[in-house]
Design a protein around this ligand. Structure first.
Ligand code: HEM
Length: 351
């Protein structure tokens, strides 16, 4: 009997190749979705764990859902060029789009019910370089790894009272955050908040030398402490009303303070503060010039992914930025696909 002809053999070979390509694609998809390793932490799990018991608010950010847009400029003074060749550090003015926000999945949360405040900032350079950052006001993060953060979300959302106790017992780093959350004074204005990157990044200077850096926005407005009780009396949306009023009168300013690590400082763990005597460099000033509501404002459709970095800044061995990038992308995909539900009108968009 004659064997397969050359053309039959090559058709068979093509089919095998197609099957292999499709099979590899399916396997990669299954891996990415976490189907092959149910214990692996995925962006889907992280984002689901952020949802409140009633489910997420469709069309809105899955965390830091309450927020207001701003625009302004970052005026670099040139000082940071010794640490990074990023063009946003060359003396000059660079446009900024940002968002003041509260760390809650509820866009209607009352301000005094949310302890952690945040800022999203995007600085654009004329060479096309874009630096996005999302920062918060505690001096340390609540968890030392993305898995630890997931475990915290699960424990705090659990009906079992033993769950949180077990989390605390297994996470000796957690009390430093609780200490801040329970003891740090409240303020009644976004303009008075110091925002911290917490995650460490690597700045590369013009000679190619790397420097590990964390950074903060230090407000020009002095912080006036207020008790939680008095803050509650100011109403559920005081922070947005206040920042709109202040910026309406004059730009509100923050100094960008870079903190440079010593070789012994931990860069992979945002629960560990660096010693206060570390060298700092003041890189310039953020002037917030205009406030706009989030709905149809310029920040609404920005994903303040902390891995969007210009040449001269890169991620470090800190595992958070990559995990955050995946979770923010998931949240962004969900909320933009749900755009018809945005902005939520009372009771209309909860699933
Ligand atoms: C694994 C840990 C974390 C997860 C899973 C997480 C998750 C999220 C998600 C899903 C969003 C909404 C993104 C969007 O729809 O655009 C968000 C926003 C935000 N996150 Fe995180 N986050 C994490 C860690 C952090 C850390 C360490 C910081 C600060 C140092 C931070 C600060 C913020 C801020 C300020 C926003 C609001 C940004 C904006 O205005 O769009 N997050 N986070």
């Amino acid at each position: 009997m004659p064997g397969p002809s050359q053309s039959q053999r090559s058709a068979l070979g093509s089919l095998v190749l197609i099957a292999a390509v499709v099979g590899c694609g399916a396997a990669a998809f299954a891996y990415t979705a976490g189907w092959l390793s149910p214990d692996r932490l995925t962006s889907t799990k992280l984002v689901s764990a952020l949802a409140p018991p009633g489910g997420p608010t469709l069309g809105h950010r899955r965390n830091h859902a309450k927020g207001i847009c701003f625009t302004g400029v970052f005026e670099a003074n040139g000082n940071a060029s010794e640490l990074s060749r990023a063009t946003v550090f060359a003396t000059g003015q660079y446009p900024v789009v940002g968002r003041f926000n509260l760390a809650t999945p509820d866009p209607d949360a009352a301000d005094p019910t949310v302890r952690v405040r945040g800022i999203g900032v995007q600085i654009s350079a004329p060479d096309g370089g874009v630096w996005r950052m999302a920062m918060i006001d505690p001096p340390v993060f609540a968890a030392s790894t993305p898995q630890g953060f997931y475990d915290l979300l699960q424990a705090s959302g659990s009906k079992d009272p033993a769950a949180m106790k077990a989390f605390v017992a297994a996470h000796p780093e957690f009390p430093a955050f609780v200490e801040w959350a329970t003891k740090a004074p409240w303020t009644a204005s976004y303009a008075e908040v110091t925002f911290n990157s917490l995650n460490a990044f690597i700045f590369t200077d013009a000679s190619g030398t790397d420097h590990a850096v964390r950074w903060s926005w230090r407000p020009e407005a002095p912080a006036t402490p207020i008790t939680a009780e008095d803050f509650a009396k100011l109403g559920p949306n005081h922070l947005e009303d206040d920042i709109a009023e202040r910026v309406g009168k004059s730009p509100q300013r923050w100094t960008l303070v870079l903190t440079v690590a010593e070789p012994s400082d931990p860069t992979s763990d945002p629960t560990k503060a660096w010693p206060p005597e570390r060298r700092t460099v003041e890189a310039g000033t953020l002037s917030v010039q205009k406030i706009e509501p989030e709905a149809d404002g310029p920040c609404r459709d920005i994903n303040f992914d902390p891995t969007i970095l210009p040449d001269g800044i890169k991620v470090s061995d800190d595992p958070f930025p990559a995990a955050r990038s995946a979770a923010y992308a998931k949240s962004f995909d969900l909320r933009t696909a749900e755009a018809s539900h945005y902005p939520r009108t009372a009771g209309s968009a909860k699933p």
